[in-house]
Design a protein around this ligand. Structure first.
Ligand code: FMN
Length: 220
């Protein structure tokens, strides 16, 4: 498949056909994804391949609290889970919010779910002393996660990078037996998508690229 085409059409699939995604096909996808870059080429990713139904049900349950807050904030006109503006919805409102099933069901229904972890013992986190949420550690893992989706796309499969369950990371760690120095970067349902999107909604370059400094003229 043409690279430009793959980049333009690799969407977030949340609905899957009954087709299996066998271990051999998954290993082939991961065999491409492993060429992703990482800080110092440390390759701190680890992948847990989940097919067990009880584990998926636990993953779905762990997704729910963060999904409720996400929807409650969204309904309130906020950017959910951002670290700059404190949430303006209270705990009671979050508690009675119905989480969208499309945020929860994919881990139950996809033929396979990958839990993509990062070994914090090997990842360089150069923003660790800054007074803001860390972003650099993730940068050593998400190119790998994205490569999984690109390799899946080339083979007719698809999935979604999801992160809501990570809000419950201590319980996730218990569920999966993760050591304390390992963090969860994403939970990724993968399978054969029911439909293939071809026109993804994205802002044009002129809206996010500016010349020389913040607020500079847009790159046309
Ligand atoms: C870091 C990250 C976290 C995300 N978390 C979730 C999530 O928890 N649940 C979910 O359903 N989608 C999640 N997504 C998928 C986004 O919603 C999706 O990429 C975006 O809406 C664009 O969708 P599209 O590619 O189908 O156009 C996440 C994506 C990224 C990159």
């Amino acid at each position: 498949m043409d690279l430009d085409e793959a980049m333009r059409t690799t969407f977030s699939a949340r609905e899957f056909t009954a087709d299996p995604l066998p271990d051999a096909a998954l290993a082939d996808i991961l065999d491409r994804a492993r060429f992703a870059p990482s800080g110092g080429n440390r390759q701190g990713w680890k992948v847990i391949v989940v097919r067990d139904n009880a584990t998926r049900e636990a993953l779905a349950r762990l997704t729910e609290p963060a999904a409720k807050r996400y929807i409650a904030q969204q309904k309130n006109g906020e950017n959910p889970w951002n670290t700059i503006d404190p949430p303006r919805v209270d705990a009671a409102t979050i508690e009675r919010t119905e989480p969208l099933m499309r945020l929860i069901e994919p881990v139950l229904k996809a033929p396979v779910v990958l839990v993509i972890c990062v070994d914090l013992k090997v990842v360089a986190s150069t923003d660790q002393h800054l007074d803001r949420v860390g972003v650099i550690s993730g940068a050593s893992i998400y190119p790998f996660a994205w490569n999984i989706l690109l390799a899946a796309r080339a083979r007719g499969f698809a999935g979604t990078i999801t992160t809501l369950a990570v809000a419950q990371e201590p319980k996730l760690k218990q569920l999966l037996g993760l050591p304390s120095h390992v963090a969860v970067a994403a939970v990724m349902p993968l399978g054969r998508p029911v439909k293939q999107l071809t026109k993804l909604k994205r802002k044009p370059v002129s809206e996010f690229a500016m010349r020389e400094r913040w607020g500079g003229p847009p790159l046309a």
